[in-house]
Design a protein around this ligand. Structure first.
Ligand SMILES: Cc1cc2nc3c(=O)[nH]c(=O)nc-3n(C[C@H](O)[C@H](O)[C@H](O)COP(=O)(O)OP(=O)(O)OC[C@H]3O[C@@H](n4cnc5c(N)ncnc54)[C@H](O)[C@@H]3O)c2cc1C
Length: 411
C-alpha cells in the first residue's frame, strides 16, 4: 500500500518539501494544501522589486505552473486546513473535505501581528504578507503621495525604501530608538537609520500609533507623542506570529511555533514541521531557534522531506538572510539574541562593513552591509564556535577564511 504524505502550507518550505519528496523517489501520494489562491511562490520580491513594479509574479513562482501536475503532486489552493486529528491521522479542510495522512508536514508559516488600534478598519490601511497584499499597496503608489509606515523591522524598512524609491513621501513610526534594534542592535540600527534619512524618509522613533483617523478612508495617523501625520495610505508592519491553530488539540508541543528536533520531528509520531513556523533544535547553537527567512524555509523544506522519507541528517545549516534597502544590500548570518561585544571590520560610517556579534569571544552572528563576500567567509567562523581574537577579526589584512583552525573547532 502506498503512503500519503500531506503538507499543510503551500509556501516556500511546503512547496520545496513536495518537490524534494518526488526528487528523492517518493512514489506515494503527495497532497499540498495552501490557503492562498496561488501555487508556492517567493515572498522577498513583495516588498522590493515586485512592489516597485520591476518584476512579475511569474518570476516569483517556485516552480512553473504545470510542475505539480506533471510530478503527481495534488496541489489544493485556496483551501485552509482547519483541524488536524493526530489519532485518526486526518486533516480537515474548510471546504468540508477530510484528507487522511500517513505522515504530515506542517509548514503554515507566520501571520502578521494585529495590534488593536482605533480606526484600524479604515480603508487605505494595509499590511504585507501575500502577493494580494502587495498588489493592494502597489495600487496606492504614485509619486508625491504620502504614506505612513508603522514599524521598522525588515518588512517595514524595505517597504519604506521601496515606496521612497517610487517617489512616495514616507514617514515611519517605530517604538524603538533605531530601526531593526531587536535583531541588529543600536550601532548597526543607527547605520540603517542614516541610510533612510539620507533618502528623504522621515523617521519618528520611540513613538507608537494612538489612532488612525479619517472618514471612511485613512487621512492621518495620530501618534502617542501627539504627532498628526497626514497621509494617503498606511502600511502596518508590526511583526508576525506563528500559525499553529490547526494543531491545537493534538499532542504536538507549541512553544514559539511548533517545537521540533533537528530532524523536524514533533513529539507526535508522523507529524513534522518546517520553515517559519518551526522552533527547531539547532546543534550548533545548542538550543531551539525559530527563524523567519527564505534560506531557512528552503533548506528546511528539503531536510524535512528527507526526514519524512526516513533519511536525512541532523539539520545544522547556519541561518542566513538578506535585505535590500535603496542601493544597499544587508546580509546576516548566524543567530544571536544577546551579545557582549560587536567587533567591526570596515566602517560603520562609510556603510561598508561586516560586524561580528560575540559572546565569550565566540561569534554568534555576523551582519554585513555591501560586504557579501566577507559575510560568506564569516559563516565557517560561526559554525566552528572557535574563540577568535577581536584584533584579527578587525584587521582587513587578515583573511577571514584562514581564521578557522581544524584543531580548534567546537571548543
Ligand atoms: C514581504 C516579505 C519580504 C521578505 N523578504 C525576505 C528577504 O529579503 N530575505 C529573506 O531571507 N526572507 C524574506 N522574507 C521571509 C521569507 O519569505 C519567509 O521566511 C518564507 O516565505 C517562509 O516560508 P514558509 O514556507 O515557512 O512560510 P510561507 O512562505 O509564509 O508559507 C506558508 C503558507 O502556508 C499557508 N497557510 C497558513 N495557514 C494555513 C492553513 N491553515 N491551511 C493551509 N495553508 C495555510 C499560508 O497562506 C502560506 O501560503 C520575506 C517575507 C515577506 C512577507
Amino acid at each position: 500500500m502506498s503512503e500519503t504524505f500531506v503538507i499543510v502550507g503551500a509556501g516556500l518550505a511546503g512547496g520545496t518539501a513536495a518537490s524534494t519528496l518526488r526528487q528523492d523517489g517518493f512514489d506515494g501520494r503527495v497532497v499540498l494544501i495552501g490557503a492562498e489562491k496561488h501555487p508556492p511562490y517567493e515572498r522577498p520580491p513583495l516588498s522590493k522589486e515586485y512592489l516597485r513594479d520591476e518584476s512579475s509574479f511569474e518570476q516569483a513562482l517556485l516552480q512553473p505552473l504545470d510542475f505539480y501536475g506533471e510530478n503527481g503532486i495534488e496541489l489544493k489552493c485556496d483551501v485552509r486546513a482547519t483541524r488536524i486529528d493526530d489519532r485518526e491521522k486526518t486533516v480537515e479542510l474548510d471546504s468540508g473535505e477530510q484528507v487522511a495522512y500517513d505522515k504530515l508536514l506542517f509548514a503554515a508559516g507566520v501571520k502578521n501581528r494585529q495590534v488593536p488600534t482605533p480606526g484600524s478598519g479604515l480603508d487605505g490601511i494595509y499590511d504585507l504578507r501575500t502577493v494580494a497584499d502587495s498588489d493592494l499597496i502597489r495600487r496606492e503608489i504614485s509619486p508625491g503621495r504620502k504614506a505612513v509606515v508603522v514599524g521598522m523591522g525588515f518588512i517595514g524598512s524595505e517597504v519604506a525604501a521601496s515606496l521612497r524609491q517610487s517617489g512616495v513621501e514616507v514617514t515611519v513610526v517605530d517604538r524603538n530608538k533605531v530601526p531593526l534594534r531587536r535583531v541588529l542592535g543600536e550601532e548597526v540600527g543607527r547605520v540603517i537609520e542614516v541610510i533612510h534619512r539620507d533618502h528623504g524618509t522621515e523617521l519618528i522613533f520611540e513613538d507608537t500609533v494612538a489612532a488612525f483617523e479619517g472618514t471612511g478612508r485613512v487621512e492621518s495617523v495620530v501618534t502617542s507623542a501627539g504627532h498628526s501625520l497626514g497621509c494617503d495610505f498606511v502600511v502596518v508592519a508590526l511583526g508576525v506570529e506563528p500559525v499553529v491553530e490547526p494543531l491545537v488539540g493534538t499532542g504536538v508541543e507549541i512553544d514559539n511555533g511548533v517545537v521540533v528536533d533537528e530532524y523536524f520531528r514533533t513529539g507526535v509520531e508522523g507529524i513534522y514541521a518546517a520553515g517559519d513556523v518551526a522552533n527547531h533544535y539547532h546543534p550548533v547553537f545548542e538550543r531551539h531557534i525559530r527563524v523567519e527567512h527564505w534560506q531557512n524555509a528552503l533548506k528546511q523544506g528539503q531536510a524535512a522531506a528527507r526526514s519524512m522519507l526516513g533519511g536525512g541528517e541532523p539539520y545544522q545549516e547556519i541561518p542566513w538572510f538578506w535585505s535590500d534597502q535603496y542601493e544597499h544590500n544587508l546580509q546576516y548570518s548566524g543567530f544571536h539574541r544577546e551579545w557582549d561585544e560587536l567587533v567591526v571590520r570596515g566602517s560603520l560610517q562609510e556603510r561598508s562593513f561586516v560586524a561580528f556579534y560575540r559572546k565569550d569571544e565566540r561569534i554568534l552572528a555576523a551582519v554585513a552591509i555591501d560586504r557579501g563576500r566577507d559575510l560568506r567567509r564569516s559563516v565557517p567562523l560561526i559554525k566552528s564556535r572557535q574563540r577568535i581574537e577581536a584584533s584579527r577579526l578587525r584587521d582587513p589584512d587578515v583573511d577571514l577564511r584562514k581564521l578557522v583552525t581544524a584543531a580548534n573547532t567546537r571548543l
